[in-house]
Design a protein around this ligand. Sequence first.
Ligand SMILES: N[C@@H](CCC(=O)N[C@@H](CS)C(=O)NCC(=O)O)C(=O)O
Length: 265
Amino acid sequence: MAPEPDSKRSKTGDSPAYELVYWPGLPGRGEFVRLLFEEAQVAYTDTAQDRSPDKTVELVMSHMTGDADAAGKTNPPMFAPPALVHGDKVVSQTPNIMQYLAPRLGLLPKDDEDAAWKLNQVVLTLLDGFVAELHDTHHPIAVGLAYEEQKPEAKKRAANFVDERLPKFLGWAQRVLDSSSSGAGPWLQCGQFTYADLVLFQCVHGTSFAFPKRMAELRRSGKYDKVFALYEAVGQRPNVKAYMESDRRQEYGNGIWRYYAEFEE
Ligand SMILES: N[C@@H](CCC(=O)N[C@@H](CS)C(=O)NCC(=O)O)C(=O)O
Protein backbone atom coordinates (compact mmCIF):
# COMPACT_ATOMS: atom_id res chain seq x y z
CA MET A 1 0.00 0.00 0.00
CA ALA A 2 1.27 3.50 -0.79
CA PRO A 3 1.89 5.87 2.14
CA GLU A 4 -0.46 8.78 2.73
CA PRO A 5 0.64 11.82 0.72
CA ASP A 6 1.56 15.14 2.32
CA SER A 7 -1.59 16.71 0.85
CA LYS A 8 -3.55 14.84 3.51
CA ARG A 9 -0.90 15.18 6.17
CA SER A 10 -0.54 18.92 5.57
CA LYS A 11 -3.96 19.42 7.15
CA THR A 12 -2.19 18.84 10.44
CA GLY A 13 0.36 21.47 9.46
CA ASP A 14 3.40 19.20 9.92
CA SER A 15 4.90 19.54 6.44
CA PRO A 16 6.92 22.59 5.32
CA ALA A 17 6.09 24.13 1.94
CA TYR A 18 7.67 22.67 -1.17
CA GLU A 19 9.39 24.95 -3.69
CA LEU A 20 10.69 23.83 -7.06
CA VAL A 21 13.66 25.88 -8.24
CA TYR A 22 13.99 25.71 -12.01
CA TRP A 23 14.65 27.84 -15.11
CA PRO A 24 11.71 29.69 -16.66
CA GLY A 25 10.18 29.07 -20.07
CA LEU A 26 10.59 25.35 -20.71
CA PRO A 27 9.54 22.07 -19.10
CA GLY A 28 13.07 20.61 -18.83
CA ARG A 29 14.06 18.36 -15.96
CA GLY A 30 11.80 20.40 -13.70
CA GLU A 31 8.91 18.60 -15.34
CA PHE A 32 9.63 15.34 -13.58
CA VAL A 33 9.26 17.10 -10.24
CA ARG A 34 6.12 18.97 -11.29
CA LEU A 35 4.44 15.77 -12.44
CA LEU A 36 4.91 14.19 -9.02
CA PHE A 37 3.25 17.14 -7.28
CA GLU A 38 0.48 17.37 -9.85
CA GLU A 39 -0.37 13.68 -9.71
CA ALA A 40 -0.35 13.68 -5.89
CA GLN A 41 -2.25 16.98 -5.72
CA VAL A 42 0.24 18.31 -3.19
CA ALA A 43 0.73 22.09 -3.11
CA TYR A 44 4.07 23.44 -4.36
CA THR A 45 5.45 26.69 -5.59
CA ASP A 46 7.44 26.91 -8.80
CA THR A 47 10.04 29.59 -9.45
CA ALA A 48 9.24 29.33 -13.17
CA GLN A 49 5.65 30.43 -12.52
CA ASP A 50 5.94 32.79 -9.61
CA ARG A 51 8.35 35.44 -10.83
CA SER A 52 9.37 37.28 -13.98
CA PRO A 53 11.80 35.25 -16.12
CA ASP A 54 14.69 37.56 -15.15
CA LYS A 55 14.00 37.19 -11.45
CA THR A 56 13.72 33.43 -11.83
CA VAL A 57 17.07 33.22 -13.61
CA GLU A 58 18.59 35.36 -10.85
CA LEU A 59 17.21 33.06 -8.17
CA VAL A 60 18.32 29.87 -9.93
CA MET A 61 21.81 31.35 -10.39
CA SER A 62 21.96 32.26 -6.71
CA HIS A 63 21.35 28.60 -5.89
CA MET A 64 24.06 27.54 -8.33
CA THR A 65 26.60 29.90 -6.82
CA GLY A 66 25.59 29.03 -3.27
CA ASP A 67 24.37 32.57 -2.53
CA ALA A 68 20.72 31.62 -2.04
CA ASP A 69 19.49 32.19 1.49
CA ALA A 70 17.94 28.74 1.64
CA ALA A 71 21.23 26.96 0.94
CA GLY A 72 22.21 26.34 4.54
CA LYS A 73 25.54 24.93 5.63
CA THR A 74 24.09 21.46 6.07
CA ASN A 75 23.14 21.10 2.38
CA PRO A 76 25.75 20.06 -0.16
CA PRO A 77 25.97 22.86 -2.77
CA MET A 78 23.92 22.09 -5.83
CA PHE A 79 25.54 22.02 -9.27
CA ALA A 80 22.55 22.63 -11.53
CA PRO A 81 18.76 22.87 -11.30
CA PRO A 82 16.22 21.48 -10.65
CA ALA A 83 16.37 21.82 -6.88
CA LEU A 84 13.72 21.31 -4.27
CA VAL A 85 13.57 23.56 -1.26
CA HIS A 86 11.75 21.91 1.63
CA GLY A 87 12.11 23.61 4.97
CA ASP A 88 15.85 24.01 5.56
CA LYS A 89 16.72 21.33 3.01
CA VAL A 90 17.83 21.99 -0.55
CA VAL A 91 17.75 18.78 -2.56
CA SER A 92 19.16 18.54 -6.08
CA GLN A 93 19.76 15.98 -8.86
CA THR A 94 16.42 15.08 -10.47
CA PRO A 95 16.32 11.37 -9.51
CA ASN A 96 17.42 12.27 -6.00
CA ILE A 97 14.61 14.83 -5.70
CA MET A 98 12.13 12.22 -6.88
CA GLN A 99 13.45 9.67 -4.38
CA TYR A 100 13.04 12.27 -1.65
CA LEU A 101 9.51 13.15 -2.72
CA ALA A 102 8.01 9.82 -3.76
CA PRO A 103 7.43 8.37 -0.27
CA ARG A 104 6.25 11.75 1.02
CA LEU A 105 3.74 12.12 -1.83
CA GLY A 106 2.41 8.56 -1.66
CA LEU A 107 4.11 7.54 -4.94
CA LEU A 108 6.28 4.73 -3.59
CA PRO A 109 4.91 1.43 -2.25
CA LYS A 110 5.68 1.10 1.45
CA ASP A 111 5.04 -2.62 1.79
CA ASP A 112 7.97 -3.65 -0.44
CA GLU A 113 11.39 -2.91 1.03
CA ASP A 114 13.06 -3.38 -2.36
CA ALA A 115 10.75 -1.00 -4.26
CA ALA A 116 12.89 2.11 -3.65
CA TRP A 117 16.12 0.81 -5.16
CA LYS A 118 14.38 -1.10 -7.94
CA LEU A 119 12.38 1.92 -9.06
CA ASN A 120 15.41 4.17 -8.74
CA GLN A 121 17.29 1.78 -11.02
CA VAL A 122 14.52 2.01 -13.60
CA VAL A 123 14.30 5.79 -13.29
CA LEU A 124 18.06 6.28 -13.64
CA THR A 125 18.04 4.20 -16.81
CA LEU A 126 15.10 6.15 -18.24
CA LEU A 127 16.93 9.39 -17.52
CA ASP A 128 20.12 8.05 -19.11
CA GLY A 129 18.35 7.26 -22.35
CA PHE A 130 15.53 9.74 -22.80
CA VAL A 131 17.16 12.74 -21.15
CA ALA A 132 20.98 12.58 -21.05
CA GLU A 133 21.59 10.71 -24.31
CA LEU A 134 18.76 12.54 -26.04
CA HIS A 135 20.25 15.86 -24.94
CA ASP A 136 23.59 14.79 -26.45
CA THR A 137 21.97 14.53 -29.89
CA HIS A 138 21.86 18.33 -30.13
CA HIS A 139 24.93 18.94 -27.94
CA PRO A 140 27.33 16.12 -28.80
CA ILE A 141 30.53 18.14 -28.40
CA ALA A 142 29.94 20.63 -25.59
CA VAL A 143 27.05 21.71 -23.37
CA GLY A 144 28.41 25.26 -23.45
CA LEU A 145 28.43 25.58 -27.25
CA ALA A 146 25.33 26.46 -29.28
CA TYR A 147 23.71 23.77 -31.42
CA GLU A 148 24.73 25.78 -34.50
CA GLU A 149 28.38 25.32 -33.53
CA GLN A 150 28.13 21.52 -33.50
CA LYS A 151 25.61 20.77 -36.24
CA PRO A 152 27.51 18.14 -38.29
CA GLU A 153 28.36 16.14 -35.17
CA ALA A 154 24.80 16.56 -33.88
CA LYS A 155 23.34 15.10 -37.06
CA LYS A 156 25.60 12.07 -36.78
CA ARG A 157 24.82 11.62 -33.12
CA ALA A 158 21.06 11.98 -33.68
CA ALA A 159 21.14 9.36 -36.46
CA ASN A 160 22.87 6.91 -34.16
CA PHE A 161 20.48 7.74 -31.33
CA VAL A 162 17.34 7.04 -33.34
CA ASP A 163 18.74 3.96 -35.10
CA GLU A 164 20.43 2.25 -32.18
CA ARG A 165 20.03 3.82 -28.77
CA LEU A 166 16.34 4.74 -28.87
CA PRO A 167 15.16 1.23 -29.88
CA LYS A 168 17.55 -0.23 -27.32
CA PHE A 169 16.17 1.89 -24.45
CA LEU A 170 12.58 1.26 -25.55
CA GLY A 171 13.29 -2.47 -25.76
CA TRP A 172 14.71 -2.41 -22.26
CA ALA A 173 11.62 -0.56 -20.95
CA GLN A 174 9.43 -3.19 -22.60
CA ARG A 175 11.44 -5.91 -20.82
CA VAL A 176 10.96 -4.15 -17.50
CA LEU A 177 7.23 -4.17 -18.15
CA ASP A 178 7.31 -7.84 -19.23
CA SER A 179 8.97 -8.67 -15.93
CA SER A 180 6.48 -6.69 -13.85
CA SER A 181 3.31 -7.85 -15.59
CA SER A 182 2.23 -10.22 -12.85
CA GLY A 183 0.14 -7.47 -11.22
CA ALA A 184 -2.93 -5.67 -12.50
CA GLY A 185 -2.44 -2.53 -14.57
CA PRO A 186 0.25 -1.42 -16.99
CA TRP A 187 2.65 -0.11 -14.31
CA LEU A 188 6.40 -0.59 -13.90
CA GLN A 189 6.08 -1.88 -10.34
CA CYS A 190 3.92 -5.07 -10.26
CA GLY A 191 0.35 -3.85 -10.15
CA GLN A 192 1.09 -0.50 -8.49
CA PHE A 193 1.24 2.99 -9.91
CA THR A 194 4.42 4.79 -8.77
CA TYR A 195 6.50 7.86 -9.56
CA ALA A 196 8.51 5.81 -12.09
CA ASP A 197 5.42 5.65 -14.32
CA LEU A 198 5.33 9.46 -14.37
CA VAL A 199 8.99 9.48 -15.39
CA LEU A 200 8.35 7.08 -18.26
CA PHE A 201 5.40 9.22 -19.34
CA GLN A 202 7.49 12.40 -19.57
CA CYS A 203 10.32 10.55 -21.30
CA VAL A 204 8.02 9.23 -24.04
CA HIS A 205 6.20 12.57 -24.34
CA GLY A 206 9.41 14.57 -24.71
CA THR A 207 11.05 12.09 -27.07
CA SER A 208 7.92 12.05 -29.25
CA PHE A 209 8.20 15.83 -29.53
CA ALA A 210 11.88 15.69 -30.46
CA PHE A 211 11.69 12.74 -32.88
CA PRO A 212 8.03 12.52 -33.96
CA LYS A 213 8.49 10.44 -37.13
CA ARG A 214 10.86 7.95 -35.59
CA MET A 215 8.77 7.52 -32.45
CA ALA A 216 5.64 6.98 -34.57
CA GLU A 217 7.48 4.28 -36.57
CA LEU A 218 8.73 2.58 -33.43
CA ARG A 219 5.24 2.67 -31.97
CA ARG A 220 3.74 1.14 -35.12
CA SER A 221 6.28 -1.69 -34.98
CA GLY A 222 4.32 -3.11 -32.03
CA LYS A 223 7.55 -4.12 -30.30
CA TYR A 224 7.07 -1.62 -27.50
CA ASP A 225 3.33 -1.93 -27.01
CA LYS A 226 3.54 -2.05 -23.21
CA VAL A 227 5.65 1.10 -23.09
CA PHE A 228 3.14 3.04 -25.17
CA ALA A 229 0.20 1.52 -23.25
CA LEU A 230 1.73 2.78 -20.00
CA TYR A 231 2.34 6.18 -21.57
CA GLU A 232 -1.32 6.41 -22.62
CA ALA A 233 -2.56 5.21 -19.24
CA VAL A 234 -0.56 7.83 -17.35
CA GLY A 235 -1.79 10.54 -19.72
CA GLN A 236 -5.38 9.54 -18.90
CA ARG A 237 -4.96 9.81 -15.15
CA PRO A 238 -7.26 12.67 -14.16
CA ASN A 239 -4.66 14.79 -12.35
CA VAL A 240 -2.04 14.33 -15.07
CA LYS A 241 -4.57 15.06 -17.82
CA ALA A 242 -5.79 18.20 -16.07
CA TYR A 243 -2.21 19.36 -15.60
CA MET A 244 -1.25 18.70 -19.23
CA GLU A 245 -4.22 20.79 -20.34
CA SER A 246 -3.46 23.61 -17.90
CA ASP A 247 -1.27 26.63 -18.47
CA ARG A 248 1.11 25.32 -15.81
CA ARG A 249 2.37 22.83 -18.40
CA GLN A 250 4.84 24.79 -20.55
CA GLU A 251 5.58 24.39 -24.24
CA TYR A 252 8.76 22.64 -25.31
CA GLY A 253 11.33 25.20 -26.40
CA ASN A 254 15.07 25.16 -26.66
CA GLY A 255 15.53 22.70 -23.84
CA ILE A 256 16.32 19.01 -23.64
CA TRP A 257 13.44 17.95 -25.88
CA ARG A 258 13.65 20.14 -28.98
CA TYR A 259 12.70 19.52 -32.58
CA TYR A 260 15.11 19.74 -35.50
CA ALA A 261 13.59 18.60 -38.79
CA GLU A 262 17.08 17.79 -40.13
CA PHE A 263 17.43 15.02 -37.52
CA GLU A 264 14.70 13.01 -39.20
CA GLU A 265 15.58 13.62 -42.85
N1 LIG B 1 22.06 15.27 -13.49
C1 LIG B 1 21.44 16.53 -13.19
C2 LIG B 1 21.58 17.43 -14.40
C3 LIG B 1 21.14 18.85 -14.11
C4 LIG B 1 21.23 19.71 -15.33
O1 LIG B 1 21.99 19.46 -16.29
N2 LIG B 1 20.44 20.78 -15.33
C5 LIG B 1 20.41 21.70 -16.46
C6 LIG B 1 18.98 22.17 -16.67
S1 LIG B 1 17.90 20.83 -17.03
C7 LIG B 1 21.27 22.90 -16.19
O2 LIG B 1 20.81 23.97 -15.87
N3 LIG B 1 22.57 22.74 -16.35
C8 LIG B 1 23.52 23.78 -16.13
C9 LIG B 1 24.92 23.26 -16.16
O3 LIG B 1 25.10 22.04 -16.33
O4 LIG B 1 25.83 24.06 -16.04
C10 LIG B 1 19.96 16.28 -12.83
O5 LIG B 1 19.41 15.25 -13.23
O6 LIG B 1 19.35 17.11 -12.14
